[in-house]
Ligand binder design. Structure first.
Ligand SMILES: Cc1cc2nc3c(=O)[nH]c(=O)nc-3n(C[C@H](O)[C@H](O)[C@H](O)COP(=O)(O)OP(=O)(O)OC[C@H]3O[C@@H](n4cnc5c(N)ncnc54)[C@H](O)[C@@H]3O)c2cc1C
Length: 441
């Protein structure tokens, strides 16, 4: 480690944004502490990316390992910063670090406000994704999937949920519900290949014919869609589950018999052009799609209880056209930036893109952090180390069971050993308790 004077920066959240932010800060000579809610680092790269994308996850884990073994970076996992966490945002702000970078992702749930959204049998995609990727405490809860599942939303997360329903749960029918039409789909065709074996071409053609007049009225060509289906090879072998779309359908309420979900009431929509945008407008006509499970895959919002200034699903940043402003957390009372407090990644823009995008956002943010740090005096290395130790001590005094990176490596070794013994590609302990026990033993 360098003996030159340095700044000490705390990054909160060790998902892709936090990890790449830490790397950029360390590359600039800063001493970095990375605080993370989960025991393991990686965020949604560990607990979001689909469960059998082993190569992609493995590649990212190797990149993260390199970052986490940098002597300038100290990882402290199993530490939550929030109004009810191990430390509050206010605590961190008074500890004298040179900058704080919040990279805590989008942990809040976006509710559409439809009746029945909280019934058993209705899930939000993030919770289900965390469950099947084995993130405690979601891994310890049960998410029973029925035979007929409606997934609201048509982005890449819908494709992942459909993949889970078709290949890892015992579903017969999966219906992706879209407020707009086939031309407004948000998923990538490459991602859709994972569910191609469940995609029912005949039902898709029927659906295009059903909505033909409304597509034509929006100046779109349904025959282009039919030609696209015809050009796809019929899936072989076929998955048992059938995946189809219900377009131009806006969810109105979850229909239940007692507590049991029996359907999703939708309102038919038509398309309206507003400049470049195509929007959905309700027609007043309703229908019930018979399903026994509903999954909302409509994106997330940031965690309102983290303690950062919050409005309408986002943390408040400084208004204005200065490119740095969008990364600086606002002090709403003063109408100015909170000095040295920044936000990057999905914490800045909830549910915004893939890992590469979170990385770019983090690296851009850190350029603005570097601009801020340039105006602050550096401290001798010993003093920087004392600041890191003092944070560790405070966490211990608060009773936090902090997991450092060598402990994470012991945990990963124990999980690899279990995977080998069980002859499976990957094994993950289900609860924090099991993980902590594995680390101790
Ligand atoms: C279902 C799904 C599938 C995806 N699949 C892919 C894919 O195949 N390929 C791809 O490139 N991208 C994929 N993505 C997108 C990718 O995961 C994100 O772009 C990326 O993870 C966002 O990074 P982030 O660091 O901003 O947030 P996150 O990954 O959410 O990381 C946030 C981190 O902050 C920590 N944290 C949260 N709250 C606190 C707190 N209060 N205190 C301390 N720490 C906290 C969490 O423990 C977590 O480690 C997928 C996303 C989802 C939801």
């Amino acid at each position: 480690m360098t003996d030159s004077p340095m700044h000490v920066v705390v990054v909160i959240g060790a998902g892709p944004a936090g990890l790449f932010a830490a790397r950029a800060l360390a590359a600039g000579g800063a001493r970095v502490v990375l605080l993370n809610r989960d025991i393991k680092p990686g965020g949604l790269a560990e607990y979001g990316i689909f469960l059998n994308k082993y190569r992609m996850k493995g590649g990212l884990r190797r990149q993260f390992q390199k970052i986490l073994t940098d002597p300038l970076i100290t990882y402290l996992g199993h530490v939550t910063i929030s109004n009810t966490g191990d430390l509050t945002v206010g605590d961190l702000s008074t500890m004298g670090f040179d900058a704080l970078v919040y990279a805590i992702g989008a942990q809040g749930t976006k509710y559409l406000g439809v009746d029945g959204e909280h019934l058993p049998g209705v899930f939000h995609a993030k919770d289900l994704v965390y469950h099947y990727n084995r993130l405690p405490p979601f891994s310890e809860r049960s998410f029973p999937m029925g035979r007929r599942v409606a997934i609201v939303g048509v982005g890449n997360v819908m494709v992942d949920i459909a993949n889970y329903c078709a290949h890892f749960a015992d579903c017969d029918e999966i219906i992706a519900i879209a407020r707009r039409g086939p031309f407004e789909k948000a998923y990538d065709d490459r991602e859709f290949e994972d569910v191609e074996d469940a995609f029912d071409h005949a039902l898709h053609r029927e659906e295009i014919e059903r909505i033909r007049p409304r597509i034509l009225a929006a100046g779109q060509d349904p025959d282009e869609l039919l030609a696209a289906v015809a050009a796809r090879p019929e899936p072989s072998p076929r998955a048992r589950a059938r995946l189809r779309f219900r377009f131009l359908a806006s969810p109105r309420r979850v229909v239940a018999d007692g507590d049991r979900v029996v359907g999703l009431e939708i309102e038919e929509t038509r398309l309206e052009r507003k400049g470049d945008r195509v929007t959905a407008v309700g027609t007043g006509e309703t229908a019930v799609v018979p399903v026994d499970t509903v999954v909302f895959a409509v994106g997330d919002r940031v965690d309102e209880d983290a303690g950062l200034p919050y409005k309408d699903g986002l943390y408040l940043t400084v208004p204005g056209t200065d490119p740095a402003a969008a990364y600086q957390v606002l002090d709403p009372a003063a109408g100015l930036a909170q000095p040295g407090v920044f936000v990057v990644g999905w914490a800045r823009r909830a549910s915004d893109g893939v890992v590469g995008r979170a990385r770019l956002d983090a690296e851009t943010g850190i350029r603005h952090v570097a601009g801020y740090l340039a105006g602050r005096p550096k401290r001798p290395r010993e003093e920087a180390e004392r600041a890191v130790e003092s944070l560790r001590r405070t966490l211990a005094e608060r009773g936090a069971t902090v997991v450092d990176y060598p402990a994470v490596q012991r945990l990963e070794a124990a999980e690899r050993a279990r995977a080998t013994a069980d002859k499976v590609e990957e094994f993950k302990f289900r609860s924090d308790r099991e993980m902590l026990d594995a680390i101790r033993s």
